[in-house]
Design a protein around this ligand. Structure first.
Ligand SMILES: [Zn+2]
Ligand SMILES: [Zn+2]
Ligand SMILES: [Zn+2]
Ligand SMILES: [Zn+2]
Length: 251
């Protein structure tokens, strides 16, 4: 049996072909061939702490270390487990997920998943919203630029590319967590259906419950009833309850 004097392994005799050994354990290769065991220390300076494979650069090591991760991230559509949220999103957006067939449908569904989660609209380049004339503007676009990193401003066509970006750049990762662990409840997105909320005071909410909406005469935008997206309405309620001590309610 040939043991490597560098690490004590017997890889030269085990399951490794010469080519594989040379490529993946260059030091063991040289050592078991009778060469200098310090070979490769500089060239393959990046060692995996889990299996001691060596790599020439940090990127290759990072890619390799990914394979040691447990599959614990479910696809939001079919529930199959992946090694990371990016992998799950990549699978889903490829259009091959059984829960949502076809690239376009899947990418729209992924977009809706993000748009509908609390705070999700801040990851979107052009979130869907009511325009001044009552139309719906913004939303998913086929031409890309759907997601935006608000740390560096870069835009992305697909959720998986955006996730990959925040994963690879620590400066962009902070505070940007898209929750992809939500279960998709539908595979056919319904982009025109939005829920809007009316932010108001507790006392006025009670009056509205009794008398219905009465358009205001003195609102800052003039006569009318103002509605807001759910996240804005919630912030309004939270602000009010901090200012006035009234209970905050978000409907
Ligand atoms: Zn060795
Ligand atoms: Zn390893
Ligand atoms: Zn799936
Ligand atoms: Zn960024």
């Amino acid at each position: 049996m040939v043991y490597c004097s560098d690490c004590g392994c017997d890889r030269a005799r085990r399951d490794f072909s010469t080519r594989q050994l040379k490529k993946e354990y260059p030091r063991c290769y040289v050592c078991t061939q009778g060469g200098d065991s310090s070979y490769g220390q500089e060239t393959f300076a990046f060692e995996c702490p889990e299996c001691s494979k060596r790599f020439a650069d940090a990127n290759s090591l990072a890619q390799h270390r990914h394979t040691h991760r447990a599959r614990s991230f479910p696809c939001p559509g079919c529930g199959e487990l992946y090694r990371g949220m990016t992998d799950a999103a990549m699978h889903f957006e490829s259009g091959s997920c059984n829960a949502c067939r076809g690239k376009d449908a899947a990418r729209r569904a992924a977009y809706d998943l993000v748009a509908n989660q609390p705070g999700g609209s801040r990851f979107l380049t052009n979130p869907r919203m009511l325009t001044y004339d009552g139309q719906v503007g913004g939303g998913y676009s086929d031409s890309g630029h759907n997601y935006q990193c608000h740390a560096c401003g870069k835009t992305f066509g697909q959720l998986s590319s955006f996730m990959q970006h925040t994963q690879n750049r620590p400066a962009c990762r902070d505070g940007q967590h898209v929750n992809a662990n939500l279960k998709l409840t539908h595979s056919t997105p319904q982009p025109e259906r939005l829920r809007f909320f009316h932010g108001t005071t507790w006392a006025k909410a009670c009056a509205i419950e009794q008398q219905g909406f009465v358009p205001s005469e003195s609102g800052c935008l003039g006569r009318g009833t103002y509605v807001a997206r759910q996240d804005k309405a919630r912030r309004f309620a939270e602000m009010r309850s901090v200012q006035t001590g009234e209970p905050g309610r978000r409907s």
